[in-house]
Structures are given as structure tokens and as C-alpha cells.
Write a protein that binds this ligand. Structure first.
Ligand code: SF4
Ligand code: FES
Length: 367
């Protein structure tokens, strides 16, 4: 029996093909240090990575970014995923996806399309995205997707500017013909953290939104699947971030760094192996960074003896680092954390500012 025998194979991979994007959303999950086009992996390397991922056990690949459709080889990469037996999901803003490219992706056997929606009110949606006309473009892409009989998921990130319309987002996703809608409350790291005072909703608005979405889950059971990523700072317990560190999925950045989550590079004490030099199998099983917080042995109290340790895995390592200075601490979103009171105070303070002036994330298609 080797150490590898105790580690389950990866099920999913998020391929950040590029950090270029026409939109500028202030809650973007990309790092603050966006990777420039010159550092992006080439077509042959991405194809090798997808083949290695499939061989390592990956079933789902999320073709993401930035905006993955700005890659000239997006059709070729999609076809390669199909040939490798991977279920492909294109995570797109919809902006920059022409009819011709859409048809080519369908021809290349794309399996699923996930479209982000910023709001149900066009002017607000365009302001949040930092791009005029984005809302109209997205509506059109949704129509093409449904007409092509391609499964559609609508993703909506909730924050102060749109949380009052959380329930309408669900209804809108149904109108668009989506089979699944993800209502995801903003996660505060990277861009979300620097924009936290402009994004944080009040506890009252958050509770109203959560209750409304949960009510719709019952009402629309069998019509649409509602995934609800619950709000962090107003919660009693943290989310099981990434379903546990290096437990089911991993990310690859545009330049090839393999990460257990999208914010992992904030853990600067870890060394992340690159797919240019290592195979996906070696990275998954042997990378010290992947093994740093895998399983339960790294945990401190109160997580170590907590009955929820195999439910939430102590929450989010990146959030623990950002808010407590140590990634091995209990995520302070947890009410058992000695630092939990400080998080509640932060949330209250930020929500009270009422401002919605964003620091937009910018690295456009021609960067
Ligand atoms: Fe989860 Fe740790 Fe809190 Fe227990 S103490 S609920 S394991 S974060
Ligand atoms: Fe990195 Fe949660 S975002 S572990």
C-alpha cells in the first residue's frame, strides 16, 4: 500500500485557459495578479494536460478563464476534450461568442454551457459587468444554447447591488430555459476581498434573499436545479470549500500552475507545481502543496475534534489565511473560531458603507 492508495483520483478540473476577459466584474475569482497572454500555455500543452487529466480519472473539465472564447484554439481544445472522453463545460460571459464560434463549439461536441448573469435589470447588469450591452448579448447566447439543445446553467453572483433580485434571477433563469441555476453569494478573496466594502450586503437583505431562493427551490423542484452557494460572512458555519483541499478537483492557471483552488496562490508559503514540468497524475498525488491541507491531519483545534470536520473540512484555507494570518486555522466564518466575532463586525461595517464603487478587474481581449 502506497501513500497514493489513500488518495481518491480527481473528478474535476477547472482549466483557466486565459485571464483575458472583456468584462471587469469586481468579484472575479481570478487572482489580483492576472497572467498576461504571453505566459499562456500553448495548444499542444493544453491538449496533453487534458489527456493526462482523463488518464488520472478526471470526468468533468470546465473550460474557463477569464473568457475562454478569446482563445483562438477554443474549438480545437473542446474537440480534444470530447476525444479524451471528458465532459466539457464552457464557462463563458457570452461576450465575444459569435454565432459562428458557437456553432463550431457545438460541432466540436461541447457538452454544457454555463453563462454568467450579473442582474435581471439590464442597466444594473452592465454596470456590474463594467461592459455596456453585456446583458443583451447574454440573453441571445442563452437562446442559442437552448435552441441547440445544449444543457444551460445560469450562474449569478449575489452582492449588495443585486441581492434584492435574487429570487428574480431564478425566475429569469427558468425563462431563459436553463436546466440549472447557481445563486452564489460573493466569496471574499482576490478581487472580492479588495471590493468587499462595495459588495457586502446587509445581514437582513442576505437573510431575505436566502429564504426567497430556498422557497423557490421547493416551488420549482423538477423544473430547474437550484444550487445555492450560501453567504460566507453572515453564516454560522463555513462552506466545505472545494469539497475539501485537493480532495475532488483542481485548477490549472493560464500559465500552467496547478492549484487546489482558484485563490491558492495567496498561500505564498506553498510551491505550486507547473503542468509544463509535471504530469497531472504526479501533481495530484505527490505535490507538497496539494498534500499540505489534504485530509484531516493538518487541522488544529477546534476543527481537530469537531463533529463537522468531515462535513466542511474546516472551511476555506485561503479565507483562514486572509482573515487570521494562518491557513491552518479554523476558517473564522465558523462560530467555533475564536475570531468569528471579528468577521461579523467586518461584515456589519462593510455593509453599512452602502457604496457601490468598484475596482474593476481589467485584462481585456487585446491585452
Ligand atoms: Fe467546521 Fe472546524 Fe468549525 Fe468544526 S470547528 S464546524 S470543522 S470549521
Ligand atoms: Fe482556497 Fe477556499 S478558496 S481553499
Amino acid at each position: 500500500m502506497t501513500a497514493r492508495d489513500n488518495i481518491a483520483p480527481p473528478a474535476g478540473m477547472l482549466a483557466e485557459l486565459t485571464h483575458r476577459c472583456p468584462l471587469g466584474c469586481a468579484y472575479c475569482s481570478n487572482p489580483l495578479e492576472l497572467e498576461k497572454p504571453a505566459s499562456e500555455l500553448d495548444t499542444a500543452t493544453w491538449k496533453r494536460v487534458f489527456s493526462e487529466a482523463a488518464a488520472a480519472g478526471v470526468l468533468h473539465v470546465h473550460l474557463s478563464g477569464g473568457e475562454p472564447c478569446v482563445r483562438q484554439d477554443i474549438v480545437e481544445l473542446t474537440a480534444h476534450c470530447a476525444n479524451a472522453g471528458l465532459y466539457s463545460n464552457l464557462i463563458t460571459s457570452g461576450v465575444g461568442l459569435s454565432r459562428r464560434l458557437f456553432d463550431a463549439l457545438v460541432e466540436a461536441r461541447l457538452d454544457h454551457l454555463q453563462l454568467s448573469i450579473q442582474d435581471v435589470e439590464p442597466a444594473s447588469a452592465d454596470r456590474i459587468a463594467g461592459y455596456d450591452g453585456a446583458f443583451a448579448r447574454k440573453t441571445e447566447i442563452a437562446r442559442w444554447t437552448v435552441e441547440a439543445d445544449l444543457p444551460l446553467t445560469v450562474n449569478a453572483v449575489m452582492h449588495r447591488a443585486n441581492i434584492a433580485r435574487a429570487a428574480r434571477m431564478v425566475e429569469f433563469a427558468i425563462e431563459l430555459g436553463a436546466r440549472r441555476v447557481e445563486i452564489a453569494h460573493t466569496q471574499y478573496y482576490g478581487w472580492g476581498l479588495v471590493n468587499r466594502t462595495a459588495l457586502m450586503p446587509s445581514r437582513e437583505d442576505t437573510e431575505i434573499a436566502v429564504a426567497a431562493v430556498e422557497a423557490l427551490r421547493k416551488k420549482h423542484a423538477g423544473v430547474i436545479v437550484i444550487d445555492h452557494v450560501v453567504p460566507d460572512y453572515h453564516a454560522r458555519y463555513p462552506k466545505a470549500c472545494m469539497s475539501g483541499w485537493a480532495r475532488r478537483t483542481f485548477n490549472v492557471t493560464p500559465s500552467g500552475k496547478a492549484l487546489p483552488c482558484h485563490a491558492a496562490e495567496t498561500l505564498t508559503h506553498l510551491d505550486f507545481w507547473n503542468v509544463r514540468e509535471r504530469s497531472i497524475g504526479d501533481i495530484w498525488y505527490d505535490s507538497p502543496a496539494f498534500n499540505a491541507y489534504r485530509g484531516l491531519d493538518w487541522m488544529k483545534e477546534p476543527c481537530r475534534s469537531c463533529e463537522r470536520r468531515e462535513i466542511d473540512f474546516g472551511g476555506c484555507r485561503c479565507q483562514a489565511l486572509a482573515l487570521t494570518g494562518d491557513a491552518a486555522n479554523t476558517d473564522p466564518i465558523c462560530e467555533k473560531s475564536p475570531r468569528h466575532g471579528g468577521v461579523a463586525a467586518l461584515a456589519e461595517h462593510d455593509a453599512a458603507t452602502g457604496a457601490i464603487d468598484y475596482r474593476y478587474r481589467r485584462l481585456n481581449a487585446r491585452a
